[in-house]
Design a protein around this ligand. Structure first.
Ligand SMILES: Cc1cc2nc3c(=O)[nH]c(=O)nc-3n(C[C@H](O)[C@H](O)[C@H](O)COP(=O)(O)OP(=O)(O)OC[C@H]3O[C@@H](n4cnc5c(N)ncnc54)[C@H](O)[C@@H]3O)c2cc1C
Length: 581
């Protein structure tokens, strides 16, 4: 039986261990939720299909018409994750993600509006709210009488969230809130704000607290609607607080625990953004295949050309992989695993980048038409771009993935005494005197297989794909050990090496999710019906094998110093200095 309180698939993987019972069988949405989802899907279809011809105009105007927001409320789009007892649909993470996928198949701005409400705006109330707080707000949030927003970012504080300046000072039975938040999604239409402010000393980095602030509190000011590149019809504004008196009863979770609360909200909400990305990809695959079938060049549909097939085939593989990892993370959340932050970050990075590539390739298939506003592709690209930036940039998330996953290895390495250092050169000799970690490393280094170094639950048809995973896991464990020995605590400064390890981890977790999903499909439907899915697993595993190889090779053999040196030079002169003239 797995201990769900402190086990993480990826943390174990860095130690060379495949905790397959965490990811096999592939998680499934409950029957009850599936039933509600079917109704929701057809509601979304009928509501958004009727507005399809208006999407471009909303984008142009940079605003969702108020009547459309009202329709979203009437259709229950703001109630997805609110418990049924409080008038919501009570969706878990998988079902919620699937619902957002359905919205994103139509319009990204609508998906972001609904997503910001449930993924981050009111999620703090769901995760950390007291019964009294939930009773106070849940029903209003479910009907959309109150739309929610998440207020963390400030002019001087983006990725470095702990550096926020907004302050809340206790005054009797109230906190007095002062500060300014920027780029707040739903700012212009929200009534309920989850706000993060410093409650410790100004120089105490992580002493933040979370508050429920409502628009009617005197001193809450909403700025003008921002003009954006994409998701233009979603509302983005500043939200500022001038001596806002927030009752102590609106403190969310424990005082001083705000940083952890913010990170928990973002982790827990990641399947929303992931689901939206998958929905966007499914729509683009539909558009791109139609386009390729109907466009005739050189006397035949361009769909018949190999280079077009390659793009579409890759879109399928990427979409399946993104859907697998997003669903898996939803499943981990629904099964109450407590440590899934690395896996959730991986799902966000992979899905957002897969969507971006898919949008780019779909535009390429459409050729010049793709560049024209009359067609949906350029908007799809503009809409997709933000996913790699908000809810944690993918660069920061890569650092987070690798550094967090390597933590256990680092700790165990530290525990090894210097006297054992040489043992790694002669692992067999060292058996018996080695720590558990060293024993694990030694078995990996010598190729001796232990139970946890391989899959035992996968169908034999996936043997080759599983072998790719197992081999790459050994490479990852070896590389992690090597990098940590070389750089020690300074690994934090070695961002390029860290990124390579993160990329390997991303590929491996996504492959594990694909294998688990195809395995469950074979078990449920037999191998004939799943032949295409097995092809997807084969194609993805083969791509992972090559990418991991390149990343491993580049850990020691790279031009990092030259590249960083060039950047340092450019920062000094602040321009490109070479000219052929
Ligand atoms: C449309 C939109 C909607 C948004 N909605 C919300 C919202 O609802 N609520 C909210 O609170 N925020 C919101 N945000 C803010 C968003 O979350 C931030 O933009 C994001 O966290 C990045 O912060 P930043 O833009 O300040 O970039 P910065 O932190 O200034 O980073 C700039 C660049 O430097 C990189 N970088 C930073 N630090 C490091 C490092 N240590 N090592 C390597 N690279 C680094 C980053 O990856 C990035 O590429 C929104 C933003 C946008 C554009």
């Amino acid at each position: 039986m797995v201990d769900k309180t402190n086990v993480s698939f990826m943390r174990s993987l860095c130690l060379g261990e495949i905790e397959e019972e965490i990811i096999i069988p592939f998680p499934e949405i409950s029957e009850h939720e599936k039933e509600t989802l079917r109704t929701v899907t057809s509601s979304i279809e009928s509501l958004l299909k009727s507005h399809e011809s208006e999407f471009a105009a909303w984008d142009e105007a940079g605003e969702l018409p108020a009547a459309v927001v009202d329709e979203l409320k009437e259709f229950g789009m703001f109630s997805f994750i609110i418990p049924e007892a409080s008038g919501g649909m009570g969706f878990g993470s998988m079902a919620y993600s699937r619902a957002l996928q359905e919205i994103a198949k139509h319009d990204a701005s609508v998906a972001v509006t609904v997503g910001a409400h449930s993924s981050i705006g009111m999620r703090g109330l769901l995760l950390f709210g007291t019964q009294e707080q939930q009773d106070r707000y849940f029903s209003k949030l479910a009907t959309g009488e109150m739309i929610a927003a998440f207020c963390l970012t400030e002019p001087g504080s983006g990725s470095d969230a702990a550096s926020i300046k907004t302050r809340a000072v206790l005054d009797g039975d109230h906190f007095v809130l002062n500060g300014e938040k920027i780029w707040i999604t739903n700012g212009g239409i929200a009534d309920f704000f989850t706000v993060f402010a410093k409650t410790g000393e100004p120089d105490e980095r992580r002493h933040l607290s979370a508050f429920i602030v409502t628009r009617d509190m005197p001193g809450v000011r909403i700025g003008k609607h921002e003009e954006k590149m994409g998701i233009r019809a979603s509302s983005t504004t500043t939200v500022s607080f001038e001596n806002v008196r927030v009752p102590i009863a609106n403190l969310l979770g424990e005082e001083g625990k705000g940083f952890k609360i913010a990170m928990n909200i973002l982790n827990s909400g990641r399947t929303g953004l992931g689901g939206g990305s998958v929905g966007g990809m499914k729509r683009l695959i539909h558009l791109a295949t139609q386009q390729a079938n109907s466009r005739i060049q050189f006397g035949k549909p361009i769909a018949e050309f190999g280079l077009i097939k390659k793009k579409v085939g890759q879109m399928i593989v990427d979409c399946y992989a993104a859907e697998s990892v997003v669903t898996m993370v939803g499943g981990l959340t629904d099964q109450k695993y407590e440590d899934y932050a690395i896996e959730a970050a991986i799902s966000k990075v992979f899905a957002s980048e897969a969507l971006w590539t898919t949008a780019d390739e779909a535009l390429q298939i459409a050729g010049g038409n793709g560049f024209m506003k009359e067609y949906p592709y350029e908007r799809a690209m503009r809409d997709s771009r933000i996913n790699r930036i908000f809810e944690g940039t993918n660069d920061i998330l890569r650092l987070f993935i690798a550094l967090t996953a390597m933590n256990d290895v680092g700790r165990q390495l530290k525990e090894l005494s210097a006297g054992l250092e040489g043992v790694f050169n002669d692992p067999i000799k060292g058996f018996g005197v080695l720590s558990d970690y060293a024993l694990r490393r030694a078995t990996i280094a010598t190729g001796i297989r232990r139970e946890k170094n391989r899959f035992s639950k996968l169908h034999p048809l996936l043997k080759n794909q599983a072998a790719v995973f197992e081999d790459a896991t050994r490479d990852l464990a070896g590389a992690t050990d090597r990098v940590l020995r070389k750089h020690g605590r300074k690994i934090i400064e070695r961002q390029l090496a860290t990124k390579r390890l993160a990329d390997i981890m991303i590929d491996l977790f996504v492959l594990a999710c694909v294998l688990s999903r195809v395995n469950s499909a074979i078990t449920a439907q037999g191998d004939k019906k799943t032949a295409r899915e097995i092809e997807i697993a084969t194609a993805f595993a083969s791509q992972v094998r090559r990418r991991v190889r390149v990343n491993i090779d580049q850990i020691d053999d790279n031009a990092d110093e030259e590249i960083k040196g060039l950047a340092d030079y450019a920062f000094t002169v602040e321009k490109y200095v070479w000219d052929v003239l």
